[in-house]
Design a protein around this ligand. Structure first.
Ligand code: SF4
Length: 349
């Protein structure tokens, strides 16, 4: 299906930029409203959808300031995106509340991570750049209409593996940085570890200096392979070599290799796993660890999060070992909006 960006790409760069800029303007409801474009160009775009998504259902958490939106795409497929109010207290009462949005990059996902509802549901297709940025636009409009605040961070942690949809994700990030005034460190790309994509982002001069996070979940290769079956042979050797190149390319002090560790009770929370994590992390240069309680999926009670006390004690040990380590509290778990729970469900399961 042809989107307006397919047509915009045939135009000179300055025209394209006029269109991208207008996309974030609340007063512009379609290309016909972009007064800087000549009439013949507006007519050329007339029949093409400005917003390639439509709200199907909005779910509102009773536990915290989290919302999950199910969006219908123009070919009938569905995807979802999450809005999260910041966990930390506001700096001053008058400060505008900042939100983090979690965006999807694919309909479904082919990576089959065992702890993830999206992975269990299978893969349908990649999202286009417009469909990715439209998730940002959707929440921007929602916050404007409800006078709630602003989007402060975008995380590519929704449905899909972003590095398997490399060009669309890269273009979406560059457009958000340039036309939505989002600082590059306000965007985080999270990957399960796609070697080809990780190599490409190092060599690609157009890849923006966003924050990078790896879903690690175990520093013991055989155990990680059980959680992330797509893990290639010798992934950790690759990761150690890759992180050296990452630190050369992104040499600023604001850049680090983010390591995400989701705790699954009895699977990856032993002392042996902690020692392996410290050993691996110490070979990766500047790292930041993010410890995440497991969120149950599909009402499956056989798999549980590790005890929160264990997570806190890991945090203390990792901090004493010199690693910046945060614990991410689950948000929106009652509406299936927390990490690993996204699977286009209409209710809270
Ligand atoms: S965790 Fe991410 S990469 Fe793994 S199956 Fe889920 S969406 Fe895909």
């Amino acid at each position: 299906m042809i989107g307006w960006n397919d047509v915009a790409l045939l135009e000179p760069k300055y025209r394209r930029e006029q269109i991208y800029r207008a996309w974030f303007d609340a007063g512009v409801k379609g290309i016909g409203d972009i007064s800087t474009l000549p009439k013949d160009l507006r007519e050329k775009f007339y029949a093409l959808l400005w917003m390639p998504i439509k709200l199907e259902k909005l779910l509102d958490s009773k536990l915290d300031d989290t919302k999950r939106a199910l969006l219908r795409l123009s070919d009938g497929e569905m995807v979802e995106t999450v809005l999260m109010g910041r966990q930390s207290k506001k700096i001053s009462p008058s400060a505008e509340k900042r939100y983090t949005i979690c965006v999807s990059s694919q309909v479904g996902c082919p990576m089959k991570c065992v702890f993830c509802a999206t992975g269990r549901a299978g893969f349908k297709r990649n999202l286009s750049m417009e469909e990715i940025v439209a998730q940002f636009r959707f929440w921007q409009e929602y916050l404007r209409e409800n006078r709630k605040g602003e989007i402060g961070n975008v995380v590519f942690m929704g449905q899909g593996e972003p590095l398997l949809n490399y060009e669309a994700v890269k273009n979406a990030m560059n457009i958000l940085i340039k036309f939505a005034n989002l600082g590059h460190t306000k965007i985080t790309l999270s990957t399960a570890g796609v070697v080809a994509g990780m190599e490409k982002m190092i060599d690609d001069p157009d890849f923006p200096p966003i924050r990078f996070a790896l879903s690690l979940h175990s520093a013991i290769p055989d155990d990680r392979k059980k959680l992330i079956p797509s893990q290639p042979e010798d992934f950790f050797e690759f990761l150690i070599g890759w992180s050296k190149k990452y630190h050369i390319k992104f040499a600023s002090r604001t850049h680090f290799v983010g390591l995400e560790y989701m705790f699954i009770g009895g699977i990856n929370d032993s002392d042996r796993h902690l020692k392996a994590l410290i050993k691996l992390a110490s070979k990766l240069g500047r790292v930041r660890l993010n410890l995440i309680p497991y969120n149950s999926i599909d009402n499956d009670k056989s798999v549980k999060s590790a005890d929160f006390e264990i997570i806190k004690s890991w945090q203390q040990t990792l901090m004493k070992s010199g690693f910046t380590t945060t614990v991410r509290l689950s948000q929106g778990s009652d509406i299936a909006a927390a990490c690993g729970q996204l699977k286009n469900s209409y209710d809270n399961r």
